[in-house]
Ligand binder design. Structure first.
Ligand code: CP
Length: 307
């Protein structure tokens, strides 16, 4: 297979296992490119891409921009905090004005779940979801899958636990869809209040004891506690959360096997993960960031139809 089955990347849910494997294989080639002395290819030379960020981002925004520039696309960046959105302009009007400037692809992060799907129904450009509220963050799941495959050789049959704030996490949902499509077993672990009831209907295991979850898994993906999305208190205190669900070096070293540690960032050091774990040789957190550029190059290249 050399083509994706979809026109947009709205979520992992819509992708087939073949789509995901094609993206990962293409990212492999682009990883070679970005490790060469000349890190640029002319693949998207006549394509214009707008990066629309209606919510804060460091990794995703920089990674997409770098991926686009490595592919020789023309890039425009939009940040809602310094735009006419502040004067009341709607999402559709904002995007239509940008498209009037002849933009071919739109990468969008938005706080509202479904914003990318909405846009794809109203706009004649290829849409890539860079995170929509607590819904999906497809390129994060793809770079996570790429990083697990790179570290462990394969994803099929591997056991991955996602720890923490599952309720507010687009990373968790996209990872669950992606890893299951690739044949992994997925568990979620966290306080009862941060694990949505519907999660078992997705075929994932649920565990509330961190040590048991870590003994079960090959890979632990430690999520950030998203205090900005929590309108009510889901646990008594951060200190208690850290005592029950935070990963420290003593716990990591006491496990019966060496597991791989991941985190999508940004890290709350000392809350969900201590610095010595984040910076340990079992952590692949910076490899995830590096792989993000190659994976996003693959997504942009395949959606642009240059195959
Ligand atoms: N992982 C991630 O989405 O990070 P940013 O919010 O910094 O983009």
């Amino acid at each position: 297979m050399s083509k994706l089955s979809t026109k947009h990347l709205l979520g992992i849910k819509e992708l087939t296992a073949d789509d995901i494997n094609l993206i990962l294989a293409t990212a492999d080639s682009f990883k070679d490119v970005i490790n060469r002395p000349i890190k640029k290819v002319p693949s998207l030379r006549d394509i214009t891409i707008a990066n629309l960020f209606f919510e804060n981002s460091t990794r995703t925004k920089l990674s997409f921009e770098l991926a686009e520039k490595r592919l020789s696309a023309d890039v425009v960046n939009f940040s809602s905090s310094s735009s006419s959105v502040k004067k009341g302009e709607t999402l559709i009007d904002t995007v239509n004005n940008i498209l009037a400037m002849k933009v071919d692809m739109v990468v969008m992060r938005h706080p509202n779940p479904g914003a990318a799907v909405f846009l794809s129904k109203h706009i004649n450009a290829k849409i890539i979801n860079a995170g929509d509220g607590a819904h999906e963050h497809p390129t994060q799941a793809l770079l996570d899958a790429f990083s697990i495959k790179e570290k462990l050789g394969n994803i099929k049959g591997k056991k991955i636990v996602i720890v923490g704030d599952i309720l507010h996490s687009r990373v968790a949902l996209s990872n669950i869809f992606c890893l299951q499509k690739l044949g992994a077993e997925v568990m979620v672990c966290g306080p009862t209040t941060l694990i949505p009831k519907y999660i078992t209907s997705l075929g994932v295991k649920v565990e509330h004891n961190l040590r048991k979850a870590l003994e079960w898994c090959d890979v632990a993906n430690m999520l950030r506690i998203q205090l900005e999305r929590q309108e009510i208190k889901y646990f008594p205190s951060l200190r208690e959360y850290t005592m029950l669900f935070g990963l420290n070096k003593q716990l990591l070293d006491s496990l019966s096997k060496k597991i791989v540690i991941m985190h999508p960032g940004p890290i709350n050091r000392g809350v969900e993960i201590t610095s010595d774990v984040a910076d340990s040789d079992q952590s692949i957190i910076l490899e995830q960031v590096e792989n993000g550029v190659a994976v996003r190059m693959a997504v942009l290249f395949l959606l642009a139809g240059r195959v």
